[in-house]
Design a protein around this ligand. Structure first.
Ligand code: DX5
Ligand code: ZN
Length: 216
């Protein structure tokens, strides 16, 4: 199966957001990975609804919105209106995860669930059949540019096994610390979507780096 590349704009130069959109739309990127942080669930604050709405008319790609916020269920409709196609909430931030997954899908988006590095894959057993995407964090969320946690390979394999066993359709997304060294191993372990922030945007030619990740 071909894999998907989702550059994380967190690592991009926000003063050039229009140019970044043009570059990403002509690149072989599949998704825009948009990291929303509230300063409560994670110790950092990034950007939110108005920025996503402003970018929406400039892109035809899939907007993959990763909510690192508490009580994400309060904002499902707002992110739909802002232009999200995939809305991912954290397992650790969602008390009524089953209901939240249903509400995201009812709103017309794909539903994603993200797991922090300390959260075992097995906790998804009872919802996995209803989930469109699982985002396995390869770092502790909150910041770009951190070192990849090696245990993520084992989690990817466990999750692939669980999805195949229940006949689920969820894509496996890896977020944090992804680069050209670990990308082939992650894909071998069963990943479908690779998020890359600093590896793309700190490189000399982000468009070429996206192509390189896509061709792994
Ligand atoms: C981390 C974010 C990531 C981040 C990845 O909290 O969820 O999407 O931007 O950045 P890199 O690829 O630099 O680890
Ligand atoms: Zn993310």
């Amino acid at each position: 199966m071909p894999h998907y590349i989702a550059p994380s704009l967190l690592a991009s130069d926000f003063s050039k957001i229009g140019e970044t959109c043009k570059m990403l739309d002509r690149s072989s990127a599949d998704y825009y990975h948009l990291d929303v942080m509230d300063g409560v669930f994670v110790p950092n604050i990034s950007f939110g609804l108005p920025v996503i709405s402003a970018m929406r008319p400039f892109s035809e790609k899939v907007f993959d919105v990763h909510l690192m916020i508490v009580q994400p269920e309060r904002y499902i409709e707002d992110f739909k209106k802002a232009g999200a196609d995939i809305l991912t909430v954290h397992y650790e931030a969602s008390t009524h995860l089953h209901r939240t997954i249903g509400a995201i899908r009812e709103a017309g988006m794909e539903a994603g669930v993200a797991l922090n590095p300390h959260t075992p894959v097995r906790l998804l057993e009872d919802v996995i059949a209803d989930v469109d995407l699982v985002c396995l964090m390869g770092v502790n969320p909150g910041f770009g540019g951190q070192k990849f946690i090696e245990h993520t390979y084992a989690k990817t394999r466990q999750l692939r096994e669980m999805i195949d066993r229940v006949g689920g359709h969820a894509k496996i997304e890896i977020d944090g610390g992804v680069n050209l060294d670990n990308a082939p191993l992650l894909l071998q372990a069963g990943a479908d979507v690779l998020v890359a922030g600093s590896f793309v945007f700190s490189s000399e030619n982000p468009e070429a780096t996206i192509s390189a990740l896509k061709s792994v």
